[in-house]
Design a protein around this ligand. Sequence first.
Ligand SMILES: [Fe+2]
Length: 131
Amino acid sequence: MASISDFNIASTAETDREHRVLLCLLHALCDAVREKRDAESVGEILEQLIAFGEAHFTSEELLMRLNSYDDYENHADEHIHMLDMLNKIVADHTTGHSSRILGKAEEVLGYIDNHIATSDKRFADHVRRGT
Ligand SMILES: [Fe+2]
């Protein structure tokens, strides 16, 4: 029978996969803007990015709750900040300010990269230790 430790290991692996998808979508957004693809294509990537980001952050926050994580509030605040950054890009896209998108998308990419390397790593270590 699977134990809570098996569940935590599987969850951490799934979270790693989701991080790769998130980074892949952000790179796809940067590429689409650099290649000056049409507004509909950029909009589709943005839509996927927001939907996937929201789902991923929600599942990660649930895992933090399940593991009584001590840094939940700070970590969740970073998720909110990332979604705010993404929603600002959507606003620029919707209002036709496409020249602002690349810089902001690269900024989100840097922020998420750092978040994964620091906050997400801290949480993954917490889950692995089972504390
Ligand atoms: Fe996170």
